[in-house]
Design a binder for this molecule. Structure first.
Ligand SMILES: Cc1cc2nc3c(=O)[nH]c(=O)nc-3n(C[C@H](O)[C@H](O)[C@H](O)COP(=O)(O)OP(=O)(O)OC[C@H]3O[C@@H](n4cnc5c(N)ncnc54)[C@H](O)[C@@H]3O)c2cc1C
Length: 416
C-alpha cells in the first residue's frame, strides 16, 4: 500500500500532522466530522505562546486553593455534579504539580515550546504568508501590587531558567502602551516574543489549504468507524465511502477517548472547559491582554473583541454554565469600553488535558501502525506544528528532533 496515512481530527494538531506527513512523502487523508478548525482550535485566545515554558500547575498555595474551593476564583471554577468523574484525574494532576515532579515535567514541556514559533513559521513560509498573525507578543495585566510582584517573580524565574524574554511595565508604561485601558493597573508583563492570531480557526484552515496544495485530501467522516483492514492497515468510513491507509493517527483533541476507549485504552484524559464571546468594538489594543488575577483574556479578533475564560472543571459534555463567561464580561467591561455581544450565546470548548500536563505523542502500544497525538491542554494551538513534526519524524523512521520519550503513551501503563 506504500506510505499512506489517515489523520483523524482536523484541529490544529491533526491538520499540522497531516501537513508534516504529506511533506515527508506520505499520501494523507485528513478526516474531520465537521469543518476544519471549528472546535477547540477555533475558540481559543489565539496565542502562540513561546513564553509558556512551564505548563499550568494545579495550585498548591492555600490562598488560591481556598478561593477555588469556595467559588470566588473566576479563573478556575468547578461543579459538584461533575466532581466524581473528574476527581481521579485532578488528584493525579495535583500530585504531578509538586515541585520536583513539576520541574521534570516543565523541562519536557519547554523542550516542545521552544520550537513552537519556529514550527509555525516553517508552515507559514512553505504555505505562503498569512495576514492572520501578529508578532508583537501579549501582555499580562495586573490589577494589584501583590499580583504584579508575583507576576514579576514568575517572569524572572522563566527568564533565568529558559531565557524567556519579557518587559516589565509599571502602571504608567502600561497605560501608554495600551491607552484603551480605562482604569489604572498596577502594571504588566509584556511577553515580547509570542505571536497571536486574529482568527485562530482561519489559521488552521490556512494550514489545511497548504496541505491540499501539497496533494493532501480532506474528507468528512466519523473517526469512530476506524477498523482494521485485512492487510493490517486501517479503514474509516467517509461521505465518499471507506478510505484505507497503512497508518492512522488519532488527533481528536478532547474527543480522543471516544475512539481510544473502544480500542482498549483508558488514558486519564480530562478537560478544562473554557468559554468565549465576541463583542462589537471600535477600539484597538497593541497586543492581546490577559487579566491573570481573574483569568480573563481580551483578544482583538476579526470577529470582534474576544473575551475568553480560564478553566471550568467539568465533564466534556455536561450542560454549559455561563457564569464564568458572564463574570468575565463584567470584569472586562471594567477594563475596556466595548459594545454588544456578536453571538446569541457564548462559545464553549474543552482543553484536552492529561494529569502530567504533557500530550500523548507516539505509537499505540497495542496496535501496529496506529499513532496517538492528543492532550495538548492549554497550548495545543501553540504546539500543534511542533509536536506534529515530532510525530511525523517518528512515523517516517527519521531521527526525532526532540526526545520523544516524555510524551510516549506507555508512560500510562494502567491505561494499556
Ligand atoms: C478558552 C480557551 C483558550 C485557549 N487559548 C489558547 C491559546 O491562546 N493558545 C494555545 O496554544 N492554546 C489555547 N487553548 C488550547 C487549544 O485551543 C487546544 O489545546 C487545541 O485547540 C487542541 O487542538 P486539537 O487539534 O487537539 O483539538 P481540536 O481543535 O478540538 O480538534 C479536534 C478535531 O477532532 C474532530 N472530531 C472529534 N470527533 C470526531 C470524530 N468522531 N470524527 C471525526 N472528527 C472528529 C473535531 O470536530 C475537531 O475538529 C485554549 C483553549 C480554550 C478552551
Amino acid at each position: 500500500m506504500g506510505r499512506t496515512a489517515l489523520v483523524l481530527g482536523g484541529g490544529m494538531v491533526g491538520t499540522a500532522t497531516a501537513w508534516h506527513l504529506q511533506e515527508r512523502g506520505f499520501n494523507v487523508t485528513l478526516i474531520e466530522r465537521n469543518e476544519i478548525g471549528r472546535e477547540t482550535s477555533y475558540g481559543n485566545v489565539g496565542l502562540i505562546q513561546s513564553e509558556a515554558s512551564e505548563p499550568y500547575a494545579f495550585p498548591h498555595d492555600f490562598r488560591t486553593l481556598a478561593r477555588v474551593a469556595f467559588g470566588t476564583a473566576n479563573e478556575a471554577i468547578w461543579h459538584l455534579r461533575d466532581l466524581p468523574s473528574v476527581a481521579p484525574a485532578l488528584l493525579r494532576y495535583w500530585f504531578n504539580s509538586f515541585p520536583t515532579r513539576y520541574a521534570r515535567i516543565s523541562s519536557s514541556y519547554n523542550a516542545m515550546i521552544q520550537y513552537a514559533v519556529q514550527e509555525h513559521e516553517r508552515l507559514l513560509t512553505q504555505i505562503g504568508g498569512s495576514n492572520l498573525i501578529a508578532k508583537s507578543g501579549w501582555k499580562q495585566i495586573l490589577r494589584t501590587q501583590r499580583g504584579m510582584e508575583s507576576a514579576l517573580a514568575h517572569a524572572r524565574h522563566l527568564s533565568s531558567s529558559y531565557g524567556t524574554e519579557y518587559r516589565a511595565l509599571d502602571s504608567r508604561e502600561l497605560a501608554i502602551a495600551e491607552p484603551s485601558l480605562k482604569i489604572p493597573m498596577a502594571g504588566g508583563i509584556w511577553w515580547t516574543n509570542p505571536w497571536s492570531s486574529s482568527a485562530p480557526g482561519q489559521l488552521v484552515e490556512h494550514y489545511a489549504n497548504g496541505f491540499i496544495q501539497q496533494g493532501g485530501t480532506i474528507l468528512k467522516g466519523d473517526a469512530r468507524t476506524l477498523s482494521r483492514t485485512a492487510s493490517g492497515g486501517w479503514s474509516v468510513r467517509t461521505v465518499e465511502g471507506a478510505v484505507e491507509a497503512e497508518q492512522a493517527v488519532i488527533a481528536l483533541g478532547p474527543w480522543a477517548d471516544t475512539l481510544t476507549r473502544s480500542l482498549g485504552y483508558r488514558f486519564p484524559l480530562f478537560v478544562k472547559r473554557g468559554y468565549h464571546r465576541h463583542f462589537s468594538w471600535n477600539g484597538s489594543l497593541a497586543t492581546p491582554l490577559i487579566d491573570t488575577e481573574n483569568g480573563v483574556a481580551l483578544a482583538p479578533m476579526l470577529a470582534g473583541l474576544r473575551i475568553a475564560t480560564g478553566a471550568e472543571f467539568a465533564r466534556r459534555d455536561s450542560v454549559p454554565d455561563y457564569t464564568q463567561i458572564n463574570n468575565s464580561e463584567k470584569l472586562a467591561r471594567q477594563l475596556l469600553d466595548f459594545g454588544n455581544p456578536v453571538e446569541n450565546t457564548p462559545w464553549k470548548g474543552a482543553r484536552p488535558c492529561l494529569p502530567d500536563m504533557l500530550p500523548i505523542i507516539g505509537a499505540a502500544p497495542k496496535h501496529k501502525n496506529l499513532w496517538f497525538h492528543f492532550g495538548h491542554g492549554h497550548q495545543g494551538f501553540t504546539l500543534g506544528p511542533a509536536t506534529a513534526r515530532l510525530l511525523a519524524e517518528q512515523m517516517s523512521g527519521n531521527a526525532p528532533y526532540i526526545d520523544p520519550l516524555p510524551y510516549d503513551p506507555t508512560r500510562f501503563p494502567s491505561a494499556l
